[in-house]
Ligand binder design. Structure first.
Ligand code: SF4
Length: 405
């Protein structure tokens, strides 16, 4: 089959995500009142209950791995659109993302109370570390509490500490946090399943997208969390990987969804929302264009058809070799732990699929120096033989060592 003559330019994108028309049947467009409204005028953003906490959160949450100090207009518009779940971390944007949120709260009295504020303890090695990091985060964000506090980016619940539950209870009793949990983009299914059995986890944020949400393991893991009353937030919802999918498969997907009035990116968000137990979907939204497009997808009431879901499945299968599923227990065990393969693949995902070289380098340079230095010289053939996605791990790792250092 020949290549499709599909072209998608900036003007088309604005037509889809733009300012005219009602959010409802048909294509995805924002009503003009929503784009210009005040923070109070946000009644339409759908909400779901976050686990057993009973707290209602918007189905779309604002990821802030970007310069929140100099893009405060995005924060203001997020509030106006009802995107009032804000996710950040101590390390985001070189540690400056929390500072930007703090400046916003200071400049906009009353805004803090409208926001379900989430931050994460990055690189904590103990609960004492968490106390120190939490205090720093509160100071930077100019607030006395966070709604949800995560241990950041675990690959196994064994990384939590024996006194984590007690620490969470004490922090809650002091009014410093309302809920506690962890985020994970490696071995997510196992982390969810075992996290559900810990008894003190209120919320989990995990990689979750149209590529992996239908697997039996993931379904079982989500079900266990639902039974345990754990609120779930999906991230990495576009299913991007260390190789940009591109090509005919991507063009066909784009043509299909654009002909229905929305972008493939919006369709992928809608696919995640088909799972009712995902309380919120976190998306990096560093500018108004992406914020408005994602908000339009959240506000739109049309459902993906069975054929739409099949089209996404077909796309996932055709491009499986571009995606890293985060199953680091497989490839990293095959290398006896010599290289953080899944983390490096995540850096490449930022570089290749997101086109964000700054973020890719920031995360890459956060890896231990000795690990980074040996990346280019290891034999990755045992990992490649084990990888269920069939990724060319060796050449990708060498590429990462070359372009991200
Ligand atoms: S490289 Fe392969 S085995 Fe390793 S985490 Fe990614 S998909 Fe899993």
């Amino acid at each position: 089959m020949g290549r499709l003559n599909f072209k998608f330019n900036r003007r088309d994108f604005f037509k889809v995500a733009g300012a005219a028309g009602a959010a409802g049947a048909g294509g995805l467009a924002l009503g003009s009142g929503l784009t210009a409204g005040k923070a109070d005028a946000a009644p339409l953003m759908p909400q779901r209950v976050f686990g057993k906490s009973g707290i209602k959160v918007p189905i779309l949450s604002l990821g802030t791995m970007w310069d929140t100090i100099n893009n405060q207009i995005v924060l203001k518009q997020a509030l106006a659109l009802g995107v009032t779940y804000w996710d950040t971390a101590a390390e985001y944007h070189g540690g400056q993302a929390e500072t930007g949120l703090g400046k916003f709260f200071q400049r906009n009295p009353g805004a803090r109370e409208k926001v379900f504020l989430v931050t994460k303890a990055s690189y904590a090695r103990s609960t004492q570390d968490m106390t120190r990091l939490l205090n720093q985060s509160l100071e930077k964000m100019q607030t006395s509490y966070v709604d949800l506090y995560f241990v950041h980016g675990i690959k196994s619940v064994d990384q939590l500490w024996a006194d984590s539950g007690r620490w969470a209870e004490q922090a809650k009793a002091k009014g410093l946090i309302k809920l506690f949990g962890f985020s994970t983009h490696r071995n997510m299914e196992d982390c969810l399943l075992r996290g559900a059995g810990l008894g003190y986890i209120d919320g989990i944020m995990m990689t979750y997208n149209h590529r992996i949400m239908h697997s039996d393991d993931m379904k079982r893991a989500v079900e266990a969390c639902v039974k345990a009353g754990i609120g779930l937030t999906a991230m990495k919802t576009q299913g991007g990987g260390p190789i940009r999918a591109g090509g005919e498969a991507e063009e066909q997907l784009a043509e299909r969804f654009l002909s229905k009035g929305y972008t493939p990116e919006q369709a992928k968000l809608k696919a995640v929302w088909t799972e009712p137990h995902i309380a919120s979907l976190c998306s990096q939204m560093p500018n108004l264009t992406i914020l408005r497009a994602n908000a339009a997808a959240a506000l739109d009431r049309t459902q993906l058809s069975a054929a739409d879901i099949r089209a996404l499945d077909n796309f996932a299968q055709a491009t499986a070799g571009c995606y890293c599923a985060g199953c680091s227990g497989i490839c990293e065990n095959a290398l006896s732990g010599a290289a953080p393969v899944a983390e490096v693949m995540r850096c490449l995902m930022y570089h290749e699929s997101h086109g964000d070289a700054r973020l890719a380098r920031e995360v890459f340079n956060g890896l231990p120096r000795e690990e980074r230095l040996r990346l280019g010289s290891l034999d990755y053939s045992p990992a490649e033989a084990a990888c269920p996605q069939g990724l060319a791990i060796g050449s990708l790792m060498r590429r990462a060592a070359r372009v991200l250092a």
